[in-house]
Design a protein around this ligand. Structure first.
Ligand code: PMM
Length: 397
């Protein structure tokens, strides 16, 4: 999302996840190492990322790639603080990617709004208390130590469970230190002491991470487990297409994606948003109506009970955010309309009744898709039975 001044603002442009553009100001970062060392080059790159759709620029001064030399906080701050200051001056929303409490504090002092700590507070014992005293969000990533330990620490009985348990414990620690729950993000730490299969398993079970209640950030961009899907020798930036595709596939399960190439990910998210059916729903079950549908004369003459279930899929976020009835569908009105649609002139088939109900529900413009089930528990069936029903799903044309 961009403000009138062109500055990146927090929060997604539409309802999809926000994109965090990566700005590594390190000489040895694996994907863009050395290219953005100069302040002007770093600012230009950040502005491009923001123009491409980044809501946040994640500035890092210490590479976490295997074999990278640890960077003393002072050197890290020399690298990142001028960049953070320059971006904040331009109205850009900045995250600082650091494991050092002193760098976190200095960056927030310079205007950063988010502390992204890949160690989840484990690398620097002062981190949690420091962040608790700052006016900043805090990203808690799943971490099992620095890269020299990854080989022996990449064992999981079931990675999705262990990652959630371990990073959940770090969220607890962050809250105990006084960081407000509303300030917390959680990140599964793809590639950090995880083999490719662990990354994929975790990605397939993001709902469990989400159940921890913090906003979810995922950083898959250009990582080796994606590169493994490409032909040997493929350039690192060829991983951007895979990053974008993955982002679109997990878009419903995350609040933000940390990526190098914002442009390709933004376009993939646009496809996902155009295709997506909202998962929010208003559900009415067991609506009772009396009507004369059926092929038998006694059905037409005597009538019988029909029971209706309706699942109307619509995006309910705007209604919830504004507590606004006019952004949703009044379920009492909907229930009356559904019953009226059933009790109209008789037809032979409950299929036809279901179709009528679907049309009535889709007349409410916020509804994107509807599932209708019509039960006919007193249907003329000669063997003992509980119920017969038809279910149809219809979408907005
Ligand atoms: N990955 C890297 C660095 N920082 N921060 C978060 N929150 N999540 C990540 O997955 C993550 C991170 C390593 O990748 P890079 O060298 O491309 O920045």
């Amino acid at each position: 999302m961009t403000s009138p001044s062109g500055a990146a603002q927090p929060g997604p442009a539409n309802h999809g996840p926000a994109l965090w553009g990566i700005l590594n100001v390190t000489p040895d970062s694996f994907s863009d190492g050395g290219r953005f060392e100069g302040l002007d080059a770093a600012v230009a790159q950040a502005e491009q990322l923001a123009a491409d759709g980044a809501a946040v620029i994640d500035v890092g001064g210490e590479s976490t790639r295997p074999g990278a030399e640890p960077v003393p906080p002072q050197l890290e701050q020399q690298r990142v603080l001028p960049v953070v200051g320059a971006l904040v001056e331009r109205g850009i929303h900045v995250s600082i990617d650091t494991m050092h409490a002193s760098t976190a504090a200095a960056a927030v002092e310079a205007g950063a709004a988010i502390v992204n700590d890949v160690s989840g507070g484990l690398a620097d014992p002062a981190m949690l208390d420091t962040v608790a005293a700052l006016d900043a969000d805090y990203v808690v990533m799943h971490w099992r130590g620095s890269s020299e330990h990854w080989a022996e620490r990449s064992e999981y009985a079931w990675a999705p469970r262990e990652v959630v348990d371990e990073v959940g414990a770090r969220l607890d620690a962050a809250r105990s230190a006084g960081i407000a729950h509303s300030r917390l993000w959680v990140d599964p730490g793809l590639g950090f002491a995880k083999r490719p299969e662990h990354n994929w398993q975790v990605l397939a079970h993001l709902a469990e991470l989400r159940a921890l209640g913090a906003r979810v950030l995922v950083g898959a961009s250009r990582k080796r487990f994606l590169g493994a899907l490409l032909p040997d020798g493929a350039a690192t930036d060829e991983r951007d297409l895979l990053t974008a595709a993955l982002g679109a596939l997990i878009a419903d399960d995350v609040d933000a994606l940390r990526v190098h190439d914002v442009r390709s990910s933004a376009r993939a998210l646009a496809v996902q948003a155009a295709l997506a059916v909202p998962r929010d729903a208003i559900t009415l079950t067991g609506l009772r109506a009396r009507a004369h549908h059926g092929v038998f004369e006694h059905e037409r003459r005597d009538g019988q009970e029909f029971i209706i279930d309706v699942v109307a899929r619509l995006d309910l976020r705007a209604a919830a955010a504004g507590d606004a009835l006019d952004r949703t569908v009044h379920y009492g009105v909907l229930a009356e309309q559904v019953v009226a649609a059933v009790e109209r002139d008789p037809v032979d088939l409950i299929e036809t009744v279901a179709e009528r109900i679907a049309s009535v529900v889709l007349e409410h413009s916020p509804v994107a898709e509807v599932e209708v089930t019509v039960h006919k528990p007193q249907a003329p069936i000669t063997v003992p039975f509980d119920d017969v029903s038809v279910t149809i799903v219809r979408g907005r044309a």
